[in-house]
Design a protein around this ligand. Structure first.
Ligand SMILES: NC(=O)c1ccc[n+]([C@@H]2O[C@H](COP(=O)([O-])OP(=O)(O)OC[C@H]3O[C@@H](n4cnc5c(N)ncnc54)[C@H](OP(=O)(O)O)[C@@H]3O)[C@@H](O)[C@H]2O)c1
Length: 321
């Protein structure tokens, strides 16, 4: 079968199309014929070597896929054969025509949701629902969604606006700002302009932000600390688009009475996985809208990674075997 093999960590060119053996299901596993494979920002970081790859290299790359169950291992419910599903492989094996996966990593796609949209929704919808559950933004609270044109950011914007929060979004450029407004942001700050925290401060005119969903990280949070509501302000750190997690010390938080919740690691990913069916259902019901930027042939995986890294995608990038 056709698959994308990661030969080493590095630039997108380490993702190389190859013919490899089709996987066979073990006990409690199924084989999914992949029809849409989402290209995810965290995958670009793993490929680049920011995280260890969870298997010896070379290996078939890719975290998630959507498609049809075509083969069952021992002990699997026969009703799954032929079902349309999304799956999370736990780290590798998804950029391929056929993907082997444990049944507890599979969720059935609800009627009314296309396989492409299910692939595009699985990760950002589940992460955003887990973040909103952790932050519990109340109606009337002010929420800052950083990088709202990302998959996760666009879902957060929609979910928080639907809860009656005032959403201030950040985005890079006018087109992505328009998208943020379409998803429910009341105001947008352009994070591609240096010193955007000053723009935010002016916009707030002395008011404060109750919840910060931080996906940029690095030193971007430091200038924001004094606009977060003292004593009740919650910061949720879940991404580091700037290349490093939020560079904050405990004293920064203690002196202002702020809470920082780290949203990464194994236990957190368990919370995210629990939200998967709800995310698919929300998309099926039109409560979450995920845009698809492009559907590329599987062999163009390296090009897809470049699209994410150079910020040109407006919505999900999918690969099709
Ligand atoms: N903790 C978790 O469970 C978890 C799970 C999945 C993803 N994440 C994190 O969530 C974030 C979004 O992931 P995604 O897959 O939804 O992203 P995505 O859809 O691939 O978004 C890509 C967009 O990110 C923005 N961006 C890139 N570099 C940036 C920077 N240095 N500063 C500000 N914005 C930047 C760009 O938009 P602009 O042009 O508007 O800047 C770019 O178009 C990432 O940090 C990712 O690692 C966390």
């Amino acid at each position: 079968m056709q698959a994308i093999v990661m030969t080493e960590t590095g630039a997108p060119e380490v993702l190389v199309p190859h013919d490899v053996d089709e996987p066979r299901p073990g006990d409690g596993q199924v084989v999914v014929r992949a029809e849409a494979i989402p290209v995810l920002y965290p995958e670009t970081m793993v490929r680049a070597g920011a995280y260890p790859f969870p298997a010896p290299l070379p290996a078939v790359f890719g975290f998630q896929a959507a498609g049809t169950v075509v083969e069952l291992g021992a002990g699997v419910d026969p009703a799954l054969l032929g079902a349309r599903v999304v799956t999370d492989t736990g780290g590798f094996g998804a950029y391929a025509e056929f993907v082997v996966t444990a049944t507890d990593s599979v969720a059935v796609i609800p009627d009314g949701l296309t396989t492409d949209l299910a692939a595009a929704t699985q990760m950002p919808g589940s992460v955003a629902l887990a973040l909103v559950a952790a932050a519990a933004p109340a109606p009337g609270e002010t929420v800052l969604v950083e990088a709202s044109a990302t998959g996760v950011g666009s879902c957060l914007t929609q979910l928080c606006a639907a809860r009656g929060a005032r959403v201030i979004a950040t985005a890079g450029g006018a087109e992505k700002a328009r998208l943020a407004r379409k998803h429910g942001a009341a105001e947008v700050v352009d994070h591609s302009v240096p010193g955007w925290a000053d723009q935010l401060r002016e916009l707030l005119a002395g008011n404060t932000v109750d919840v910060v969903f931080d996906s940029i990280g690095g030193d971007s949070l430091t200038p924001l600390l004094d606009v977060v509501t003292p004593l009740s302000g919650r910061i949720l750190s879940y991404g580091w688009l700037a290349g490093a997690p939020a560079q904050l010390g405990a004293v920064d938080l203690i002196l202002r009475g702020l809470t920082l919740t780290g949203c990464a690691g194994t236990a957190w990913l368990g919370e995210v996985a629990r939200q998967r069916p709800a995310a698919l259902e929300a998309a099926a019901q039109g409560l979450l809208t995920i845009g698809v930027d492009s559907v590329l042939p599987l062999t163009e995986a390296a090009h897809a990674h470049r699209k994410l890294e150079n910020r040109t995608a407006l919505g999900a990038v999918l690969l099709r075997p």
